[in-house]
Design a binder for this molecule. Structure first.
Ligand code: C2E
Ligand code: CA
Ligand code: CA
Length: 952
């Protein structure tokens, strides 16, 4: 048998009196149940009433049954005390472990019941939660559940009040019947009034009401002592006399807000002749506070004959208790609505913390998550708007308040502010607070505002990261160009206003590329990071170091007192960079070249300063590794031209504005033209024809040589493919181009697209190619040779002049540099030529004498054993069309061409001499010969090469 509460009989009586058992479902009780189920996320929530043998569910959610036997009910235990009964796991609780509710099919594992305690202390039943899984229930949840239970109790009290009101109504009907009866009598005789009032008195006694009568011709109302008492007049207890109260006295006691209401009721009743009923408040007697509620019924008594209103008789009931309960109910309903709103908000917005601000009092309700978001226990800080503002970061406060004001003044539909809030640990975290005013007074003053908090710290962190990335170099973490330029502009603006001097240093690492190529990019990256660290370590506060890209850095020295200060900084940087670096076990050293420009002396805009520092850097690099140079006036001229040229060269490559000229080569044994050498030209729109000497080195420096070289191959092969099949085409391959990958591919592609047989292509390489990585070079040469291509060693004798190379690779031909040819009368030069010829013979290679300009030279080189010649004596390089004509008209139109055909000493006049009109060979005695056709000093420096055919 389950235990019973000590006041069980009284309890059951109270329950019966309530007349609530087995009543129909009521929406407000159901609403509490569903709110509880949602709020605590349980499948079942119930409002139970414990009857003698059963528990009956006044409201339920998540269950079909109407109740259970009392002896197995958890609630039977829950009503034993005022505390909430929490059973986190019923299987471990000896009271319930064997209950059929626990062992049964849809077994209960979790139960929480808050007793429903009436004001009298009676515990009628519970508001309880049930789950089929064990779970925990926090202290705070207990408090919340108790809150909901109080709402249920308020509804029950209301129910009781309603029942009381119903009884009162029954009484009233009785009273009114009595009034009616008295009225009957009143109609017949005024004298019977006394009797009527007696009857009224009777009614009053029965209903606990006060009665009164007001003769409308006077200002005085006669009140029974109860009525006077209700109106707050003390007239001694037990008085049965009528007490006169003036209408003014009466009005003074009525709540000012309600007075118009009562007057209106009187006026309407007098006009319509009806009865009236009005509820109004009257001040309690002097010495006590507040008002009591009266329910007042009135009836107009008229003169039967005239219909004139003579009197109003009335009856007052004190309904304060009912009204209070009603107010409480409205309040609790409002609270319920509030929590429902909050709940809806929480569910809708997926937000983190909720708040509900009573604007007038400053009190704020915060959800648990709101507290925990800032590291607090729920309730740990005061739930007040000041707390919230106090936690706001001082820098964000002003804006927050402005946003609130904006919303208060209805200038924004919703309020939203992103701000930092201090957490318990003292750190700040980013939140997004949103909300809106949900009620205002008639003047529009906000009364209540609700909203949410979302933790946006992660988003802010990534925004911050993005902002950081936008201003820093991803690899080294140094500020990036944007920051650098901002700083530079700012500082230069100051300099322009006469505030001191600044310096800009441009740094370029030496040997970085080879580290990158040999150790790989990760090592290269590591190197850049370490260098960045060293640079940063050597600058002063206020100075900025930046990586401009690749292995280029720059430094702003913000305040320069003396130039010496900058040069010592530059030297410090050179020393620091020059220290060995450990890259994954590899010890590496790199160097740095530095160009320096000072402001204002070398410029006061970022642009000029950069340009000048760059020029100085150029010079530093030219001069020596690991050196620095200050900008000097005039430094720019040459370099600027060069830079301009580079720019134009890029454009020319893109537009395909380069051209190929062709210079014939002659075999001495039979005086036949065996082929042509392709020589590149740049027809420049303003500078005329530019010779390769003026742009090939630059193309090599800038890497443009790779695309330029492969274009040359394509173009030359394409052209040669149209020539007679025995003519070869020689194409120059620069040393830089030879080092780059892709040469084989571009050779193959040139042959394939042109259809030129490989044996007709000669690749001319210089000795400088061979000194670099001989093994790799030789391997590459073999590969190229394996395609069937011929390889010529160009400019032999100029550079490294190592005869040993000749033994290491079987060149097809050797071209002796024209410096030997021009000095062929010098015995030393002649001896070298003879030696080369000797080696070449052993190798089976031909030997070409380059730059043969005179007949004498031709004879001499022939005597020394050269097999072929090339030079102005035969022809200058010609444009493609002229070359075609040259081939067609002079040499290969059926009859065998002969040197004599074109040699000026021959008297035979041939077409060839026409073709070669303008070429100095026609007058070999002319001192202008070489200069006109070939490369005079002007041509070498890049100016128009006037001698070429194409430029005529
Ligand atoms: P190179 O390979 O030694 O070419 C021979 C140079 O001697 C050519 O100069 C030619 O015009 C010049 N020349 C020919 N006969 C005579 C003569 O009798 N007297 C004098 N004084 N010079 C003569 P150019 O055309 O100015 O070319 C200069 C250099 O530019 C070439 O020297 C070659 O190294 C390079 N070059 C030309 N075209 C190309 C090319 O397409 N690719 C590469 N990588 N280099 C090229
Ligand atoms: Ca050549
Ligand atoms: Ca040459």
């Amino acid at each position: 048998m389950p235990p019973l509460p000590p006041n069980e009989a009284e309890r059951l009586a109270a329950l019966r009196d309530l007349r609530i058992l087995d009543t129909a479902p009521e929406a407000h009780f159901d609403a509490v149940c569903s709110t509880a189920a949602t709020l605590f996320a349980v499948p079942i929530a119930l409002i139970t009433l414990i009857d003698s043998e059963r528990q009956w569910f006044k409201a339920k959610c998540g269950i079909a049954a109407d109740g259970t036997p009392r002896d197995i009910a958890f609630c039977t235990y829950a009503i034993l005390s005022d505390d909430v009964l929490v059973v986190e796991d019923a299987t471990t609780d000896p009271r319930f472990a064997h209950s059929p509710l626990v062992t049964g099919e849809h077994a209960v594992r979790f139960y929480v019941g808050a007793p429903l305690v009436l004001r009298s202390g009676i515990r009628l039943g519970t508001l309880c939660l049930v789950d089929t899984k064990p779970r925990t229930f926090s202290e705070l949840q207990i408090v919340q559940l108790q809150g909901l239970a109080r709402i249920v109790v308020a509804h029950i009290e209301l129910h009781r009040a309603r029942i009381a009101a119903e009884s009162a109504l029954e009484e009233r009907i009785r009273s009114v019947t009595l009034i009616k009866a008295s009225e009957e009598r009143y109609r017949t005789a005024h004298a019977k009034l006394e009797q009527t009032t007696d009857l009224l008195r009777l009614a009053q006694e029965a209903a606990g009401a006060g009665i009164w009568q007001w003769s409308l011709d006077s200002d005085v109302v006669q009140n029974s002592s109860e009525s006077a008492h209700m109106l707050g007049f003390d007239c001694g207890s037990g008085s049965t006399d009528w007490i006169d109260i003036s209408t003014a006295q009466w009005a003074a006691r009525v709540h000012p807000d309600d007075l118009p209401l009562v007057h209106a009721a009187h006026t309407a009743a007098l006009r319509d002749g009806s009865n009236y009923k009005v509820e109004y408040r009257v001040r309690r007697p002097e010495g006590s506070v507040g008002y009591r509620w009266l329910m007042s019924f009135g009836r107009i008594i008229r003169d039967e004959a005239t219909g004139e209103a003579l009197q109003i008789v009335g009856l007052d009931l004190d309904v304060t208790e009912r009204r209070t309960t009603q107010d409480a109910l409205i309040q609790s309903e409002r609270r319920l609505r509030t929590s429902e709103e909050r709940l809806a908000l929480a569910l809708d917005s997926g937000s983190d913390g909720l708040w509900d601000w009573n604007v007038a009092t400053g009190q704020v309700w915060y959800s648990d998550r709101w507290y925990t978001m800032f590291g607090y226990e729920p309730g740990e800080v005061e739930a007040h708007i000041n707390t919230c503002m106090g936690l706001t970061h001082p820098d964000d406060l002003e804006q927050t308040l402005a946003l609130v004001a904006e919303h208060f003044e209805e200038r924004s539909a919703t309020y939203a502010s992103e701000r930092r809030m201090r957490t318990k640990s003292g750190d700040y975290t980013w939140v997004l607070s949103r909300g809106r005013v949900v009620s205002r007074d008639p003047q529009g003053t906000p009364l209540r505002m609700v909203g949410t908090y979302i933790d946006i710290s992660e988003r802010k962190a990534s925004e911050h990261r993005i902002a950081y990335m936008a201003r820093h170099d991803a690899l080294t973490g140094l500020p990036n160009r944007t920051v650098f330029y901002e700083h530079l502009e700012h500082r230069l603006a100051e300099v322009r206003r006469g505030r001191g001097q600044a310096a800009l240093l441009c740094l370029d690492l030496d040997r970085f590329k080879s580290v990158n190529d040999t150790l790989g990019h990760p090592a290269g990256d590591q190197l850049l990071c370490q260098i960045a660290t060293r640079l940063r370590a050597n600058i002063c506060d206020g100075d900025v170091v930046v990586r401009l890209g690749g292995d280029e850095f720059a430094i702003i020295v913000s305040h320069v007192d003396h130039v010496h200060q900058v040069s010592s900084l530059a030297q410090r940087m050179i020393d620091a960079v020059g220290q060995p670096l450990d890259l994954r076990g590899h010890l590496v050293t790199v160097g740095v070249s530095i160009g320096i420009a000072l402001s204002p002396s070398n410029g006061d805009t970022a642009e000029t300063l950069f340009k000048n520092a760059d020029l100085a850097l150029y010079r530093a690099k030219e001069a020596a590794r690991d050196s620095y140079r200050f900008y000097e006036a005039g430094m720019d001229a040459a370099i600027e031209t060069r830079m301009q040229l580079e720019l134009e060269m890029r454009e020319a490559i893109m537009c395909g504005s380069f051209a190929m000229h062709y210079q014939p080569g002659l075999r001495l044994s039979d005086h036949r033209i065996v082929g042509f050498e392709a020589l590149m030209r740049w027809p420049h729109p303003t500078r005329g024809m530019i010779a390769p000497g003026a742009f090939i080195p630059l193309a090599e420096e800038t890497g443009l040589i790779v695309s330029l070289g492969s274009w040359a191959l394509q173009e030359a092969c394409r052209e040669a493919a149209a020539w007679p099949g025995h003519l070869r085409i020689a194409v120059n391959v620069s040393a830089v181009q030879f080092q780059q990958p892709g040469l084989e591919e571009s050779v193959i592609s040139a042959l394939r697209t042109s259809g030129l047989p490989p044996h007709r292509l000669v690749l001319e390489i210089t000795e400088s190619v061979l000194v670099q990585d001989a093994e790799a070079v030789i391997a590459r040469l073999h590969r190229l040779k394996s395609f069937g291509v011929r390889i010529a060693l160009d400019d032999f004798g100029t550079g490294y002049s190592s005869l040993s190379y000749l033994r290491r690779f079987p060149f097809d031909s050797i071209k002796i540099d024209r410096s030997f040819v021009s000095e062929i009368d010098d015995p030393g030069a002649a001896a070298i030529v003879r030696a080369v010829v000797g080696i070449a013979k052993q190798l089976g290679a031909t030997v070409t004498a380059e730059g043969v300009e005179t007949e004498h030279q031709l004879e001499q080189v022939g005597l020394e054993g050269c097999t072929d010649i090339q030079g102005y004596f035969i022809s200058c390089p010609m444009p493609a069309d002229d070359t075609k004509a040259f081939i067609k008209e002079n040499l290969f139109t059926g009859t065998q061409a002969d040197l004599r055909d074109i040699h000026p000493n021959q008297t035979k006049d041939t077409i060839s001499s026409e073709r070669l009109a303008g070429c100095p060979r026609r007058d070999p005695r002319s001192a202008r010969s070489g200069a006109q056709c070939g490369r005079d000093p002007a041509a070498q420096s890049g100016r128009t090469q006037a001698g070429d055919h194409g430029s005529h």
